[in-house]
Design a protein around this ligand. Structure first.
Ligand SMILES: C[S@@+](CC[C@H](N)C(=O)[O-])C[C@H]1O[C@@H](n2cnc3c(N)ncnc32)[C@H](O)[C@@H]1O
Length: 639
């Protein structure tokens, strides 16, 4: 033998089992020194759990490989064996490590230049899981001993899911059998069989069939363990199935959205959200639902804006659509924040708020108008004061509405311009009313009714009417242009021989209404007498007031009624005769209204502008004073 070189071999036991003996074999005398040979230095050595054993061995310096094999016997009967080339620790040749008998995870480490060859023995991952199962089984056992059966059952269930060694599985089963206080009944074996079939189906994504198996198993399972196991698996498969169904509904929703069937798409998303469990899936359904809500919200918003500015009146629809848009945007925001839609929501909120003030103001204005009527009759300054307070309140509300609409305009939505114009006009008009009420001390003015009668038309009416505009959101309104004497004569000729109820639509200062009840004009005395019960509907409350005063002073209060209101909202179905002196743009809409509402054989007399689609039965006069007479025969039941 030539010269020898020394290296250190170290075996590190990181398992929780003692190595009770090591046996070294396959040692060639040529490769090692005479005394410090692996089989001599390690012979029979024990390596307790968590410690390491280190030995110096001598290698023949001219041997190219110095292999030796070690068998390690563990206290629990497990064995590992490996073979390694010791020369690697000296000259860095290939350790040629081979794990011959495997119970644990065994590998070799060689740090460069250290001349130490280290063999590490540790548990495999499966062993670690199994150890955890053993631990859980012990805990289950303790709980069983303490009579805490339910907790014990949960421990054993977890242990069974982790165990991968037969003896551990058997130990768990023993504990379980003890827990059930039985040797394992046939039905439970059958139930477990069904559970296994269910698990297989679950793996194949056949959820419905798996649920069937688990349900069947649950029906027959008797022992607590089997029941818990199947219930646990049933929950798992139900969750998987719910997610699968939700995914399908989500897809269907998306398809419907693509086909613009948004309402049904929303139903699908709602259904999907009700059942989905997976948080990522839930989130993506929420995003899809929010998208559709936003689309629908925008549609509602568009319809609201257009309904608000259309004729005939669609205010109710506009209110409904704004509320709908608000509801949809709010829902969308709660699901997913989106700056663009947040802006739409802000706009709707501003508009809805503004409209609330605006409508409250309209209501107050109308209450104020009734109070003015009351004060006309009572001639009480207290009533007059109350009227002024109402108008003041209306003014405050219009002011708030104005703030809102300005806010909307600042947000860049030009649609607020119209609302703002209407509000400004209303404010301007009410300001005039307030001034008049204050200045003239209405009740004093009323006491001098005859003076008003003589001068009112010239002063009060023309001045106020010029500033007192039509209600908000109307595209066009009737200007106050009183009928000429010739025109009134023509109307009376047109109505010759007629009787019953008469309505002047947009009655102005009431001259047609009053004229139709008495023979106040020359021509009238020549014609058959027209003793109508005559009504007027008029938006401008000053004109209404003036008409009422005029009727009173002429002693015609009992034969006339003057309603303050919007002609588009005033039903004309109870009248036998209707007179209209309007503007050309509104004649088509009026014709439609008459067709819808007039009772059969109602005579409509149109002044200056004819009804565009109907043929008149008669035309009286010429030029600007022409009147056209129509018969409405729509066979409606009289109201
Ligand atoms: C051309 S004047 C006719 C007045 C009266 N009929 C006459 O012949 O002397 C039209 C009237 O309709 C009123 N008016 C305008 N829009 C209205 C509406 N939406 N509802 C009721 N009256 C309205 C105006 O204030 C005005 O007094």
């Amino acid at each position: 033998m030539g010269s020898t070189v020394s290296i250190i071999v170290r075996i590190r036991n990181l398992t929780n089992q003692d190595i009770t003996a090591t046996t070294v074999y396959d040692v060639d005398s040529f490769d090692f020194g005479a005394t410090l040979r692996p089989d001599r230095v390690f012979a029979g050595a024990a390596i307790p759990s968590g410690s390491c054993l280190e030995r110096t061995i001598e290698l023949n310096s001219i041997a190219s490989n110095c292999p030796f094999a070690v068998k390690m016997s563990f206290r629990n009967g497990a064995t590992d064996a490996f073979k390694v080339n010791a020369k690697c620790a000296y000259d860095g040749t290939d350790p040629n490590f081979r794990h011959l008998v495997k119970s644990h995870h065994v590998f070799c480490k060689k740090s460069a230049g250290s001349r130490i060859l280290e063999i590490v023995v540790q548990h495999t991952e499966a062993q670690m899981r199994n150890q955890r199962a053993e631990q859980l089984n012990r805990e289950g056992d303790a709980l069983l001993a303490a009579g805490r059966y339910h907790e014990a059952s949960i421990k054993l269930l977890e242990a069974a899911q982790k165990a991968n060694q037969d003896d551990t599985k058997a130990a768990i089963r023993r504990t379980r059998l003890q827990l059930d206080g039985a040797k394992g009944s046939d039905v439970d074996k059958r139930a477990e069989g069904l559970n296994d079939e269910g698990m297989q189906l679950l793996k194949e994504n056949k959820y419905q069939r798996a649920i069937g198996k688990f349900d069947e198993g649950l029906k027959i399972a008797k022992n607590v363990y089997t029941v818990s196991l199947i219930e646990y698996n049933l929950r798992t498969v139900r969750d998987a199935k719910a997610n699968q169904d939700a995914k399908k509904l989500n897809q269907e929703g998306l398809l419907l959205k693509k086909n613009n069937q948004n309402e049904t798409a929303l139903q699908k998303f709602d259904e999907a959200l009700r059942i989905a469990i997976d948080p990522t899936l839930v989130n993506s359904i929420k995003i899809n639902k929010a998208d559709v809500l936003n689309i629908e919200g925008r549609t509602a918003l568009e319809s609201a804006w257009s309904a608000e500015t259309s004729l005939p009146d669609r205010t109710e629809e506009a209110i409904h659509q704004f509320a709908k848009a608000k509801f949809l945007f709010e829902q969308a925001e709660s699901l997913r924040h989106n700056p663009e839609c947040r802006n739409d929501l802000d706009i709707v909120n501003i508009k809805v708020e503004g409209n609330k003030f605006f409508n409250a103001a309209l209501q107050l204005e109308s209450e104020g108008s009734s109070l003015v009527d009351k004060s006309v009759k009572s001639e009480s300054s207290a009533d007059c004061k109350m009227a002024r307070e109402k108008y003041q309140e209306a003014w405050n509300n219009y002011k708030e509405a104005k703030k809102k609409f300005e806010e909307g305009l600042k947000k860049g939505d030009v649609k607020f311009e119209l609302s703002l114009t209407a509000t400004n006009e209303a404010l301007h008009g009410i300001q005039n009313v307030l001034n008049e009420l204050e200045k003239a001390e209405l009740e004093i003015a009323l006491k001098r009714a005859d003076v008003v009668n003589k001068r009112g038309a010239a002063i009060g009416i023309t001045v106020i009417c010029a500033s007192f505009v039509s209600p908000a959101f109307r595209k066009f309104c009737l200007p106050y242009i009183p009928a000429t004497k010739t025109q009134i004569d023509n109307v009376l000729i047109a109505l010759a021989g007629r009787q019953g109820r008469l309505l002047d639509v947009g009655s102005g200062d009431g001259r047609i209404v009053l004229g139709s009840t008495v023979d106040a004009f020359n021509i009238f005395t020549k014609m058959a007498k027209n003793h109508f019960e005559a009504h007027g509907v008029e938006l401008n409350f000053w004109l209404v007031m003036y008409s009422r005063l005029n009727a009173l002073t002429k002693g015609l209060g009992h034969k006339t009624e003057f309603h303050r209101g919007d002609l588009w909202k005033f039903h004309v179905g109870r009248y036998d005769n209707i007179v209209i002196f309007g503007v050309e743009q509104m004649m088509a809409d009026l014709e439609r209204k008459f067709e819808l509402e007039c009772k059969s054989n109602c005579h409509v007399v149109a002044c200056r502008f004819p009804l565009p689609n109907k043929t008149p039965i008669r035309t009286v006069g010429h030029g600007v004073d022409t009147v056209w007479v129509y018969i409405l025969n729509n066979h409606r039941e009289p109201l």
